[in-house]
Design a protein around this ligand. Structure first.
Ligand SMILES: [Ca+2]
Length: 385
């Protein structure tokens, strides 16, 4: 199982490997999506339903980062350095007007080629969602729990300081990092520019969105005195340890180590502060609960469940949930607000897992619009020693 996951994840990730019919990967969490994660604004119509994150590979033996792979040429595609194409040149001219240095733009696009595998991944129909059991086993694996406990020790100083400042628990921040990039052990090789440029210029359906993100990446790079190619990202441009889209970086990323730069690619303290700030800005409040898995004592109708746990519709009190036949331990107070959600769609078989999502579940949902993701983050956070 582990080996298969590893194969799947490696294939998924940024197209480091070529895709084969036998191992066609699922799309990973690190993608934009209908409701992009960490912050891209939700786009209802967009891409296939990619809301279920796929696990990242378990950490591998200390591997030196390798050079970013050069994408395979596509017959009939635009396979040269992208600075040679008129639409890219026009974009560069616009960016110069917005204050980005022309040499920086030229250098960046001279070194970038479109990766058509990304278009293939974006156009694949959504595959059937994995079961909650499968997802839980992958996301809250023993290895990931163990690595998280080590991470909490290793980054204790930054985590404690930032956790106190933002009033967001260290274990929740670590759990998000654990699921996004295996606590940074997953080394991303591809530049964010490559993914963003491919989607900005070769994916008409969402070109304007990705063009905006590409623009923001240059702005962020300039603001932080960094080379745009420094930013490593998923095939859809989600950057660094916490997998923020550039617009999220602009709005929520923070300098956690106080060196005056926001670097969420290599600086853990910055990634930690950025996640903490993101959760805080999306409504995380001290003392509220996140998620509880429950076994209802009565059959619940389909319309008792909600999909959007940040909405007003479907919000209930714990007292009302108890009256519905949802048992919750005493630690949950009658007047706490919560939603009822199910973690599997297979209601017919009656095997689905029910979860209660409390008010601190919403900020995690804003990070990645998937109930499974929210539950996995909450449960992983509770599993550390
Ligand atoms: Ca910093």
């Amino acid at each position: 199982m582990k080996i298969r996951l590893l194969i799947l994840s490696i294939a998924v990730f940024i197209g480091a490997c070529s895709l084969t019919a036998a191992e066609t990967p699922s799309l990973s969490v690190i993608d934009p999506n209908p409701e992009p994660q960490a912050s891209t604004d939700p786009k209802p119509e967009s891409t296939p339903d990619l809301t279920v994150p796929q696990p990242q590979p378990e950490p591998q033996a200390s591997s030196e980062p390798e050079p970013a792979p050069v994408p395979e040429a596509k017959p009939g595609g635009r396979n040269e350095a992208i600075s040679s194409y008129d639409d890219v040149k026009a974009f560069m001219a616009e960016m110069v007007k917005k204050g980005i240095d022309s040499k920086t733009l030229q250098n960046t696009f001279d070194k970038t080629r479109f990766d058509y595998k990304i278009i293939y991944l974006m156009n694949r129909p959504a595959e059937k969602a994995r079961s909650w059991t499968w997802y839980y086993d992958a996301m809250v694996s023993k290895t990931r729990v163990g690595n998280g406990s080590l991470y909490l020790t290793e980054h204790k100083t930054a985590l404690n300081k930032i956790s106190t400042e933002y009033k967001v628990p260290a274990n929740v921040i670590a759990a998000i990092l654990g699921i996004e990039t295996n606590y940074g052990k997953y080394v991303i090789k591809q530049t964010a520019v490559q993914g963003l440029a491919t989607l900005a210029f070769e994916y008409p359906r969402r070109a304007s969105y990705f063009r905006g993100e590409l623009e923001q990446l240059f702005i962020q790079a300039k603001a932080n005195g960094l080379d745009p190619l420094f930013y490593k990202g998923s095939y859809a441009g989600a950057i660094g340890l916490p997998q923020f889209m550039p617009s999220s970086m602009a709005n929520y990323a923070k300098d956690g180590d106080g060196d005056g730069k926001v670097d969420i690619v290599t600086t853990h303290a910055d990634a930690i502060a950025s996640i903490a700030n993101y959760l805080r800005m999306h409504g995380w409040r001290d003392g509220r609960h996140t998620v509880a898995l429950v076994t209802p004592t009565k059959t619940l109708a389909a319309n008792q469940f909600v999909k959007n746990i940040c909405a007003t519709k479907g919000k209930r009190t714990v007292k009302q949930l108890r009256e519905l036949g949802v048992p919750l331990p005493e630690q949950y107070k009658d007047d706490e607000k919560a939603f009822l959600g199910k973690l599997d769609e297979d209601v017919d078989k009656g095997t689905y897992q029910v979860a209660v999502f409390f008010e601190n579940a919403c900020p995690i949902y804003r990070y990645n619009y998937s109930l499974k993701y929210v539950a996995a983050v909450a449960l992983l956070a509770e599993s550390y020693e």
